[in-house]
Ligand binder design. Sequence first.
Ligand SMILES: [Zn+2]
Length: 375
Amino acid sequence: MQERKHLLISPAPGTQRELVSLHYGMPAPAGRGPKCYIQASLHADELPGMLVAHHLRKRLDALEAEGRVRGEIVLVPMANPIGLSQFLLHGHLGRFESCSGENFNRHYPDLAAIVGEAIEPELGLDLEHNVRVIKRALHAAATAAPADTELQSLRRTLLSLSVDADIVLDLHCDAQATMHLYTETPCWPECEPLAAYLGAQVTLLAQDSGDQPFDEACSQPWWKLAKRFGERFPLRQACLSVTVELRGQADVEHAQAEADARHLIDFLTLRGFISGEVPPLPAPLGDARPLAGCMPLKTPVAGVLTFVRHVGETVSAGEVLAHVIDPISNAVTELKSPVDGLFFARDCVRYAHAGMKVGKVAGTTALRTGKLLGD
Ligand SMILES: [Zn+2]
């Protein structure tokens, strides 16, 4: 394993953060050999991913010692050194950068638009040649992306490490949730076995959900370039990029994280990154549904929030999922499920303000339009 350190732009004299990436197997130039990229805790207060990375690292160390790693596996065990150091009044702020207010998982560059014109003369009738040309171009564009701030240099570093990979796994979590995944619709066929190994109860599908999250910055160039050039040059969706939501923020326990790491290794074995017998694919626990059918549970009033249903339960439209209690009037406001679906995530705070979204139900019908991700 090779450990590499990537310096971020210094935010103040005498201070400079670094991002650490661990490279297992055989690193190859961009676009040359199979590559898998896994990062943990881009939202720095979402810790399950870091514990899974800890267990993944132990397994990869052992597998590499046995000579069983094929291609290159890059593990970034802590993807956000900026967010990890942000505290306000003893509270950890890991989702938004305190200087700009920007979400760490948004605003990655649209690389398809950047490389499109330059690659055209290099494309031909050989599909795998085209894939190599595009991977090289994406890597060069990600590495050359302008960065004036520490946050932009973090985004540039993460994208340049990942954008030429065949598989990109971004390990996050929700507040309180069951295991679920986000991926772009063209990635679903390749994502399906990952969902089965991990025991995901739902995978939320969208194509360009808005605001350029990290996973889509890696998967989007392929379907966008296929749309632009597909009639003239053969292309395929050459990157499976998935946001893995490892349940809730407090689900940071060895046994669960060890099992999650084992399931990720199972998937990497299926995909040929680890040699050996492929573990049998378990029956899927869930299915894929449109992200546009994932409906928020909103409270119209403020008060003490208490849930009457658990995450992971199937619910019907109109069913009461939570109560909001006004301690002065003693009024109880019932929060009802907006649709039939899977109640897969809910907030972990128990005081709600008026208008707050306190849960999510994944229905099967696309009902929303516009930007599909939350803040
Ligand atoms: Zn997250």
